[in-house]
Design a protein around this ligand. Structure first.
Ligand code: 2U9
Length: 361
């Protein structure tokens, strides 16, 4: 056993490693030399049977061989990887002038756009946006709003009720208006309260101008010394900002809502431009909102003292606001999900309404 390292032809092995054409061939060389059954691994194992003198002579040689082969494999690997990267860089190109893919298909629905506009306009007046559950109980939707069990308004609301649960104290229903959101706010927050509550509402009603699900926005102010003048100014300011015209004229007509005292329907003046009715001027009147001073019974039902706190409230349909502002004439198209309609009436997601930039998009 003069020199076992000579059993391996180092020069040939290093040349083969250096010439390995790809990663798979290089890996085969590594396994053949350094794998479990590899030639160098076998050689290392023979050291166990050597005498101390032999080991002293052969050890450095065997370890040296393993070191050189390991280094050669690592060098070849690095060279192959560098060559692969070079090829990739030479063949792969990126055209920075291409448009982003996939192209935008949808757009912001006019209802969402109007909701954003409302939030922006009322934020400027100090109102925040309040939300609440669409599945409600009859106390929040009716009783607290001065609409007791026997009240005709309950029947008028065409309510979708859930089947009665055994032992349940309150009937569950799909909210018929967003008013329960204001009730929940009054019960849980201390006045002053300045909120709008936009959202989905449900009534069992369906024809050309009514859909079973529709969108409402309601506003509520609870503070000290609030009167109808505050209500009228707020609605006038809101409508001027929303329709982006200064010639907005309001007419308040006495009306009845169980949750207001007094209650008023709000007509807005319209004029005819190019044969179409547009909001502004006073050639005719259009009913747009309902409103009133919050009924003292409603304030008391929420645990507040009506002698200390007063307020006003208003409500209107968002779908109707959108139709009036953007000139759509069929409510049903709002809920068809037709991309062609959205392409025509939808808004860019980048078109965020701001007061300074104009909420009209
Ligand atoms: C509380 C107290 C009072 C909200 C109001 C109206 C008048 C109103 C309708 C307009 C068209 C709903 O979309 S519509 O069918 N709403 O006329 N809403 S006052 O009054 C409230 C709300 C909450 C606690």
């Amino acid at each position: 056993m003069a020199s076992q390292t000579h059993e391996i032809d180092e020069t040939t092995l290093l040349a083969r490693i250096d010439a390995a054409p790809d990663m798979a061939a290089l890996e085969a060389e590594r396994v053949a030399a350094l794998g479990k059954q590899g030639t160098i691994t076998q050689l290392l194992k023979t050291m166990g049977q050597m005498s101390p003198e032999q080991r002293q002579a052969e050890g450095p040689r065997i370890h040296g061989l393993r070191e050189r082969v390991t280094t050669a494999i690592a060098d070849r690997k690095a060279a192959l990887e560098a060559a692969a990267l070079e090829r990739k860089l030479a063949t792969e190109t990126l055209d920075m002038t291409l448009p982003a893919e996939p192209r935008l298909q949808g757009s912001v629905h006019p209802v969402s756009q109007v909701m954003d506009e409302l939030a922006e306009i009322f934020a400027d007046l100090g109102f925040s946006v309040a939300t609440g559950p669409e599945i409600e109980d009859d106390w929040h939707n009716f009783t607290a709003l001065n609409i007791p069990e026997s009240h005709p308004a309950r029947a008028m609301h065409d309510t979708f009720y859930f089947p009665d649960e055994d032992g349940a104290e309150r009937k569950m229903l799909l909210r018929t208006h967003t008013s329960p959101v204001q009730i929940r706010t009054m019960v849980t927050q201390k006045p002053p309260i300045y909120i709008i509550a936009p959202g989905r509402t449900y009534r069992s009603d369906s024809d050309a101008t009514h859909t079973p699900m529709f969108h409402q926005v309601e506003g509520l102010v609870i503070d000290r010394g609030i009167h109808m003048g505050h209500l009228k100014w707020t609605l006038e300011t809101f409508l001027k900002a929303f329709f982006e015209r200064d010639d907005i004229v309001l007419r308040l007509r006495p009306s009845y809502f169980p949750f207001t005292e007094p209650g008023a329907e709000v007509d807005v003046g319209f004029s005819i431009e190019k044969g179409k009715r547009v909001i502004g001027g006073s050639e005719g009147w259009m009913e747009v909102l309902g409103s009133g001073m919050v009924h003292p019974k409603v304030i008391a039902a929420c645990g507040l003292d009506p002698d200390e706190w007063q307020g006003f409230a208003f409500g209107c349909g968002i779908d109707r606001l959108a139709m009036l502002k953007y000139g759509m004439d069929d409510l049903r198209a709002f809920f068809d999900g037709d991309l062609r309609w959205l392409k025509h009436y939808g808004f860019s997601a980048l078109d965020v309404p701001t007061l300074s930039g104009g909420v009209g998009a």
